[in-house]
Design a protein around this ligand. Structure first.
Ligand SMILES: O=P(O)(O)OC[C@H]1O[C@H](O)[C@H](O)[C@@H](O)[C@@H]1O
Length: 607
């Protein structure tokens, strides 16, 4: 085998033993990677091969991968004769609306069928097809752009297809490494600086297929070509291929050299991307409660295109003159709800002071906080990760469990209160093989696995906004009704309350003990009394405090994470049922003089 005519540049970063006497080199120079063969033994300056003998060579492949001396030199131009290929051989390259074939030898049983001459014929066939479509003649020099993915056969196929286009009288522009959507986009971009719009474009890719395959996708400003067009192109290519002569190949090679142009279109494409406004037309009001969340309106929503007028309390003010920034606070939720209704906004967003908690309000003024926020996030996350476990805090409702498990097909793991607790639990579950993607509290704290378990109220809202934008993009209406619909079927109790029963740390009953020990004793007593009440049932699985169901509802009495307080959550189908549950608790704890039960007494007496 003759030595490669390509220069072995420095910085060789990988090499594979190729055949007994040859080696495939990958080299990098000024941001470009090139692949080519060199005779073995290798140049002593080069590092040892990293791979073991991996591929076997065929003559076609050697020709195909040879780095030609000249940019457009056709390896086949000098070949004596091309093998005859009929229409069927070409049609075998059709894969729906793409062309796909084997471009590199080396995988057993997969013979190269996407050779340079075949690619050149396809280029010429696309040119003929395009001229017919655009009703153009060769004097109009239609322009075709060519991009490719990272496959090692990309450059040679690119050059071959360019020769085909040039031979047919078309102009072509190389984009180099590009993405498929960018290749469609360039047929729409109006910018001569980027030689746009292209009349047609070609993406050289075989998508996710193995390294040895490659192929072509074609676009015009009407979109990607369909199956019938691809068949047409391949049939034309077969005819063109069989009419190739050494002269015709030489001719297209020379034309290619003359018309060669190159632009970095990805610059134009990416600047278009950042101009995309996924929230354009959505009216979203933010209530930062004078905490740190004001940035969300200015720095997140506006650049994404949303209208944010009517947003309130964005200016930091540590005295919180308007309301406490807290999505669990009734006054705060009322304020954002009112802002949504007054402004006829699509959505309201509220943050706590340091933006690690959040809640939303739909266009009708319905709050997405507490269980509803969890249900909404669970619906979004389970849509992306079917069957995943949702870890929540302990005060979540029974209706939420039913919703997550029966409607969404996930698992609800009701754990302890405390955002750190739920996050750590989700991480633990993943570590023992139970997949969990969301850890979230009724407080509005929430963390996603995809976001490195960062406890981030703003990220939760971004997930919700994504849902809004993608629903509109896929034609499922605008506005926040799509969110409301996501939690349809969530059963909500008619009555829900949280009472916080204080432990008087200076009460003689506590003696020398801590308020925690005292609280534990209260809980123990409650547990014992439940056992003797046939209308009450302890939750079979419970990680915190005493959770009991009865009278169609439930209650949970537990120790606060921080304070000398026993928070009591009650949910029931009616006030009366809630009072019955409250009375059961009151009865059980009445002997504890150090526990301030006035809130509970008021609740059961006043109701
Ligand atoms: O136990 P509690 O007093 O009800 O407080 C519980 C709450 O404390 C803090 O606010 C944490 O940030 C929350 O994650 C937690 O839910």
């Amino acid at each position: 085998m003759a030595a490669t005519s390509g220069k072995i540049v420095q910085n060789v970063f990988v090499s594979h033993s190729f055949q007994q006497n040859t080696q495939l080199f990958a080299s990098q120079s000024q941001g470009r990677r090139d692949y080519y063969f060199a005779p073995y033994p290798r140049n002593s300056n080069l590092p040892s091969p990293l791979g073991k003998l991996a591929w076997t060579a065929s003559s076609i492949q050697l020709r195909t991968l040879y780095k030609p001396q000249n940019h457009f030199t056709s390896s086949s131009a000098s070949a004596t004769a091309l093998p005859y290929l009929d229409k069927t051989d070409f049609l075998k390259l059709q894969n729906g609306s793409d062309i796909r074939g084997v471009a590199i030898d080396g995988v057993e049983g997969e013979k190269v069928n996407l050779t340079e001459p075949v690619a050149e014929a396809i280029g010429a066939a696309f040119a003929a097809w395009l001229m017919e479509k655009k009703k153009a003649d060769s004097s109009q020099h239609l322009r075709v752009s060519i991009g490719h993915d990272t496959r090692i056969s990309a450059k040679l196929l690119q050059n071959a297809i360019s020769r085909g286009l040039a031979g047919a009288g078309l102009e072509f522009v190389h984009y180099g490494l590009a993405s498929t959507p960018a290749m469609f986009n360039c047929t729409l971009t109006k910018d001569e600086a980027f030689l746009c719009p292209a009349d047609g474009s070609i993406m050289i890719t075989a998508s996710h297929l193995p390294f040895n395959r490659n192929g072509f996708k074609f676009f015009t400003n009407a979109g990607g070509l369909g199956k019938a067009d691809i068949k047409d192109i391949l049939e034309r290519a077969a005819d063109i291929y069989n009419q190739f002569t050494p002269e015709s190949l030489k001719n297209s090679e020379q034309k290619a050299l003359l018309t060669f142009k190159k632009v970095d279109y990805m610059i134009a494409y990416t600047s278009d991307l950042v101009k995309a406004k996924p929230l354009e037309g959505f009216h979203i009001v933010v209530d930062a409660g004078n905490g740190a969340g004001g940035f969300f309106a200015e720095k997140v929503l506006k650049p994404l295109g949303a209208i944010t007028s009517g947003s309130q309390f964005l200016e930091p003010d540590g005295l919180f003159p308007n309301h406490i920034p807290n999505p669990e606070d009734k006054t705060a939720m009322k304020a954002i709800t009112q802002a949504v209704l007054d402004n006829k906004a699509d959505l309201g967003i509220i943050f706590d002071t340091d933006v690690d908690r959040s809640a939303a309000v739909d266009f009708t003024g319905r709050e997405f906080n507490r269980n509803r926020l969890i249900a909404l996030m669970a619906a979004i996350v389970l849509g992306e990760h079917p069957g995943t476990t949702i870890v929540t805090d302990s005060v979540t409702s029974d209706g939420l469990t039913t919703f997550i498990e029966k409607k969404l097909g996930g698992r609800h793991h009701r754990f302890k209160r405390g955002y750190k607790n739920v996050i750590d639990e989700a991480i633990r579950l993943n570590s023992i093989g139970e997949e969990s993607h969301l850890a979230i509290e009724t407080s509005g704290h929430g963390a996603l696995k995809e976001n490195h378990w960062l406890d981030d109220g703003a990220y939760l809202m971004v997930k919700i906004l994504n849902k809004l934008a993608s629903a509109r993009a896929s034609g499922n209406g605008g506005g926040s009704k799509v969110l409301t619909d996501l939690i349809e079927g969530l059963e909500e109790p008619a009555f829900a309350t949280e009472l916080r029963l204080k432990i008087n740390q200076f009460h003689p009953d506590l003696k020398e003990g801590s308020f925690r020990e005292y609280g534990e004793a209260v809980l123990k007593q409650l547990e014992n009394s439940i056992d003797s009440d046939p209308s009450l049932h302890k939750a079979p699985v419970n990680y915190e405090g005493v959770r009991v169901s009865g009278y169609g509802g439930w209650f949970l009495l537990r120790l606060s994470l921080h304070d000398p307080v026993l928070p009591l959550n009650i949910e029931a189908p009616s006030n009366e049922d809630a009072v019955k549950l409250g009375l059961a608790v009151l009865e059980a704890v009445k002997g504890f003089g150090g526990l301030d039960t006035s809130a509970l007494k008021k609740f059961v007496g006043a109701s």
